[in-house]
Design a protein around this ligand. Structure first.
Ligand code: DX5
Ligand code: ZN
Length: 267
């Protein structure tokens, strides 16, 4: 199954809830939240209070990507704020095994991230501990950068390691994911595409997300496939995931008609 994780880094921060909803309506099944500290990467973004605010309007899984020097200090607060998945950089963690256990001890899915310059063998010992491996296909810190093509070989190698060791972790790719790169990423063996600018640049994140996911699904499965989640309901004529509660709406108001999601079939 291919999933789209919409990265809010390229969204309009004055309208985060609405931007997230549009991406979800387009088929995103994860919200990717980039947490930066101005030290590990040369940029600053959001922290637990913003995660907690978003949590109030959505139950979609939050995929928190920590680009910070001391992740252990923020993992409890992020879990409390509503993070579901938390990934930490191999390069930032002196005691990576301990940090991954810390994430799991707070009830979150533990992930590890590799910078473009870090080889996958740096993860040999921790792969059995992780729910997902996030392969950076740009140097982290900013949106709208160019995809580093050597990442494809890295994804392929990681998929082979997963198979040969009989492991189950998911492979997620972050950076420069657009229509022209999505197919190659999926064919290399990744299941989760993180996309920021490809979704939020321009004025139609819903359509952008839908088209990007269609490209990825076509690469993975060929025509006739349905977009990853079957968990749609119709809300004001639009298919949305069950777990999204539109702002200002109580859950009981949203009609549940899961069979009517044919608009999402890939032609
Ligand atoms: C960059 C972040 C990404 C970012 C990707 O450090 O980790 O999640 O939003 O942006 P695009 O999809 O524009 O390359
Ligand atoms: Zn990210």
């Amino acid at each position: 199954m291919i999933e789209l994780a919409a990265s809010l880094l390229s969204a309009d921060f004055a309208r985060l809830g609405a931007e997230a909803q549009a991406a979800i309506e387009g088929g995103a099944t994860l919200l990717h939240l980039d947490i930066m500290d101005g030290h590990f990467v040369p940029n600053l973004t959001i922290g637990p209070p913003v995660v907690a605010s978003l949590r109030k309007v959505s139950r979609i899984p939050f995929d928190c990507h920590l680009m910070i020097e001391y992740p252990d200090e923020f993992i409890p607060a992020l879990a409390e704020a509503g993070a579901d998945w938390i990934s930490v950089h191999q390069e930032a963690c002196t005691h990576l095994d301990r940090t991954l256990h810390l994430i799991a001890s707070h009830g979150c899915q533990a992930g590890v991230v590799l910078n473009p310059a870090t080889p996958i063998h740096a993860l040999d010992e921790v792969l059995p501990l992780v729910h997902h491996v996030l392969v950076m296909s740009v140097n982290p810190g900013f949106g709208s950068q160019t995809f580093i093509h050597s990442s494809l070989k890295k994804i392929e190698s990681l998929a082979k390691v997963r198979e040969s060791r009989g492991l189950q972790f998911l492979i997620e790719v972050d950076g420069g994911v657009h229509h022209d790169t999505a197919a190659g990423i999926v064919r290399a063996g990744a299941e989760i595409l993180v996309a920021g600018s490809a979704v939020f640049e321009g004025d139609n994140p819903r359509e952008n997300a839908k088209r990007l996911l269609e490209s990825a699904l076509l690469a993975a499965n060929g025509p006739g496939q349905e977009i990853s989640t079957a968990n749609y309901q119709l809300y004001r004529g639009q298919p949305i995931p069950y777990d999204w509660i539109p702002e200002g709406t109580s859950h009981s108001e949203t009609p549940v008609t899961p069979s009517e999601n044919s608009a999402f079939r890939v032609r």
